[in-house]
Design a protein around this ligand. Structure first.
Ligand code: 13P
Ligand code: SF4
Length: 314
């Protein structure tokens, strides 16, 4: 059996030979992040897929991310090393359900979180990620009613932040939804000096917002951010310890970039099984055999692209 270093070397050689681009999400395992050209959050990876010149792209992430790249770059060949790398949040809404919901609220603007299928994006007016969701909501005329899909926690946070009329779809990510307010209480007690970072998909978001309004998180900075937003915040912070409320894969990059600081996962078992399906062996096979190509039918891609490009133009 080959070692990690041997597999990485083979991947690097083949990548160069085929002039391929490797993109990896912040939740990927460390050895996969190490061979990527770009590591980032959903927004950064969508931008990189569109901006980079390479025509062959290996997407180390989950299905909706590769689909997003395929929508934005129909001329490129987008590969997902494991076609079973899905997303429980994206699965919580079908295009039929969205069409039916829209019919009950004619005139409302639909904002879809990027964690949705291409067919759901095609039914939406805007796409957003956790990094730009607030800016997207604020770009919509204030009198407009908004249908926000599919993450109820991110939607509730946006409603509290902007005071806008936002209806929520009751979808959730099973990894982030499992983070409860009791986990926060315990972590805050355990690490009294640490700053607290939380992803807006977390199940504890609603209770956290309520507690902030009541003042019970007073004195402890609360940073709600996307995964890249957390990385940026930590770079600029003078604090030495951080509680990280998201999937544990982010801790690798946080630690690499900030060797002098300490990071504590809010929930050490917050592991996305879909992200972890991508291994070095599968990345190598993906490059060798050019599997598994992700394509989107042109009529769906055209409509989904409109909503995505609106977001990217912000
Ligand atoms: P980010 O856009 O913050 O990377 O989040 C994507 C995701 O799937 C979170 O679970
Ligand atoms: Fe989907 Fe949750 Fe995994 Fe992100 S962490 S890819 S939202 S299942």
């Amino acid at each position: 059996m080959e070692t990690v270093a041997e597999l990485q070397q083979q991947i690097r050689e083949l990548k160069q030979q085929k002039r391929a681009l490797i993109l990896a999400h912040n939740y990927q395992v460390p050895e996969v992040q190490q061979i990527a050209d770009v590591v980032g959050d959903s927004l950064a990876l969508a931008r990189a897929a569109a901006a980079r010149p390479e025509e062959l792209v290996v997407f180390c992430g989950v299905h909706f991310m590769a689909e997003t790249a395929a929508i934005l770059c129909p001329e490129k060949r987008i590969l997902l090393p494991d076609p079973e790398a899905g997303c429980s949040l994206a699965d919580s809404l079908t295009p039929e359900q969205l069409r039916e919901w829209k019919a009950r609220h004619p005139g409302a603007v639909v904002v879809a979180y990027i964690n949705t299928s291409a067919a759901v994006k095609a039914e939406s007016d805007w796409v957003c990620t956790s990094a730009n969701a607030r800016a997207v909501i604020e770009a919509i005329p204030p009198e407009q009613e908004i249908l926000f899909v599919p993450d109820m926690f991110l939607g509730a946070w946006l409603r509290a932040q902007t005071g806008r009329r936002i209806r929520l779809w009751m979808g959730e990510c099973h990894v982030h939804a499992a983070m409860r307010f009791e986990d926060i209480r315990a972590a805050l007690q355990r690490y009294p000096e640490a700053e607290f970072l939380i992803h807006p998909e977390c199940g504890c978001m609603s209770a956290t917002l309520y507690a902030c309004a009541e003042g019970s998180l007073e004195g402890r900075p609360l940073v709600v951010a996307s995964t890249d937003g957390m990385l940026r915040y930590v770079r600029g912070s003078a604090a030495e310890e951080f509680i990280v409320g998201t999937e544990v894969g982010l801790l690798y990059r946080l630690q690499q970039e900030n060797p002098g600081k300490r990071f504590y996962p809010l929930k050490p078992d917050a592991i996305c099984p879909y992200m972890k399906r991508i291994t070095l062996e599968k990345v190598l096979r993906s490059l060798q055999e050019e599997v598994f190509p992700i394509t989107v039918p042109e009529d769906i891609a055209r409509r989904a692209r409109r909503a995505l490009e609106r977001m990217l133009a912000l």
